[in-house]
Design a protein around this ligand. Structure first.
Ligand SMILES: NC(=O)c1ccc[n+]([C@@H]2O[C@H](COP(=O)([O-])OP(=O)(O)OC[C@H]3O[C@@H](n4cnc5c(N)ncnc54)[C@H](OP(=O)(O)O)[C@@H]3O)[C@@H](O)[C@H]2O)c1
Length: 405
């Protein structure tokens, strides 16, 4: 089988990471699709010829960004019968209809997962998984820069300017951050999501947006006092017989799925009567993360519609894994109980992170969380604890996920 030729337009942050990832993962892609992908040509401002790159490829990956010349190249590639993968939200939010229409007319694949939410597979879920689900509302934290700035303001008490400078120093914000902090970048992404969620034409010009530039520590302090978090949230929803798509700073109650999304992460919440609610979250940008979403699109475009999964490879299944645990014990309220429990846990190498005693007399309970430990060791300790005569009922155990990202 001949290699699958991928023409690459743009070799910057994402383009270079994509090119490297494609080389590293060519074997896996071949396993999944039957053909080994290779970069057949590269275009930058100083290297390559656009026509040659397009003609020499079967699929074109556009990672230049902006409207022109990306628009001309993408349309040209599709008209020449090439599948296209792009991460370009500016292009799709301003010329989406022209591009979708051309792909339909010519019958090529157009994939753009990385244009919204970086590696978070929100396009696929809205466009394919929930294609028939009648979505009512989409909320999104779709700009990692502003989420990082607001998270840092809340976490450290920094001013907007201080948090922005830190974001720039760490590479989370560009030297000119205006597209991000004004809400325009998030508005472009919400236009793309709204177009897919509601099947209606939505352009960037249709989205009202407000940025985070004027937010202060006072706003953040207020949010904290009320147990709320302050985020830049994009909303696309059905209102009466129409649609509303907008982006603005928003307080969220602690129980809202977007409330806990911190740092440069992105997250999108999709609401529909058919599914109640789905939240997807993950890194919203970064060269290697975005490149991974782009490669996923290339693989999707390479797989013929009826492809079956490749034969399975042998991988051992691990049953005894480490976890943190919550342990609930109903005990007789008398001296030495906690010491005996602690001794058994200690002998099995289980270390207690926190312990609280509730109730008195016949209602006494011990509740503890233990640090990560092999399940077999913890369950062996629980088995011994279960035999102690002062226990009023069998121990109850629940696993704890401690990870934060
Ligand atoms: N960076 C991220 O984390 C991220 C996340 C999600 C989506 N995206 C999207 O991914 C795309 C690429 O972003 P990026 O950050 O990789 O951009 P970038 O670092 O600025 O790279 C742009 C590349 O395009 C080339 N280029 C620019 N103008 C050109 C022209 N007129 N003709 C030919 N080549 C041209 C540049 O050439 P030179 O090398 O000669 O300068 C460079 O190789 C954008 O659509 C962006 O919105 C990026």
């Amino acid at each position: 089988m001949t290699p699958f030729r991928v023409g690459l337009l743009g070799h910057g942050t994402v383009g270079a990471a994509f090119s490297e990832l494609l080389e590293q993962r060519a074997g896996e892609v071949e396993g999944a699709t039957g053909r080994r992908p290779e970069i057949s040509g590269v275009l930058t401002r100083s290297r390559g010829d656009a026509d040659e790159v397009i003609q020499g490829s079967e699929l074109v990956v556009e990672l230049i960004g902006g409207v022109e010349p990306a628009r001309t190249y993408v349309l040209g590639a599709m008209r020449a019968g090439r599948h296209v993968v792009t991460a370009n939200k500016a292009l799709l939010s301003q010329h989406g209809e022209e591009i979708y229409e051309t792909a339909r007319e010519v019958g090529v694949q157009l994939r753009f997962e990385a244009a919204v939410g970086g590696v978070v597979p929100v396009i696929r879920v809205i466009h394919e998984t929930l294609a028939a689900a009648h979505i009512d509302r989409v909320h999104g934290i779709v700009n990692g820069t502003t989420n990082y700035i607001l998270s840092e303001m809340a976490r450290t008490g920094a001013s907007y300017d201080e948090a922005l400078r830190e974001a720039q120093a760490l590479g989370f914000a560009e030297a000119d951050p205006s597209d991000d902090v004004s809400g325009r970048d998030a508005a472009a992404k919400m236009a793309i999501l709204a177009r897919l969620a509601f099947g209606a034409r939505v352009d960037l010009d249709d989205v009202s947006y407000e940025g985070i530039e004027s937010l202060t520590q006072q706003d953040i302090g207020y949010a904290k006092e009320l147990g709320l978090s302050l985020k830049l949230v994009g909303t696309a929803e059905r209102v009466g017989g129409g649609l509303s798509v907008r982006v603005h700073p928003t307080f969220l109650f602690g129980a809202h799925p977007l409330s806990a999304i911190g740092g440069s992460f992105n997250a999108v919440t999709i609401e529909s009567p058919a599914i109640t609610e789905i939240t997807l979250s993950g890194p919203g940008a970064g060269g290697s993360q975005t490149a991974s979403a782009v490669l996923g699109d290339v693989v999707s475009a390479m797989i013929p519609p009826a492809a079956l999964p490749p034969p399975p490879v042998d991988q051992p299944l691990v049953s005894d894994v480490e976890s943190a645990f919550y342990l609930h014990l109903e005990v007789a309220d008398r001296p030495g109980v906690l010491a005996q429990v602690a001794e058994i846990l200690g002998l099995q190498g289980v270390s207690v992170k926190s312990v609280v005693q509730h109730g008195l007399g016949d209602d006494a309970r011990l509740e503890m969380v233990v640090h990560r430990v092999l399940e077999s060791k913890f369950l062996a300790a629980v088995e011994l604890i279960g035999r102690l005569e002062f226990l009023r009922s069998p121990p109850r155990v629940i696993r704890v996920i401690e990870e934060t990202f």
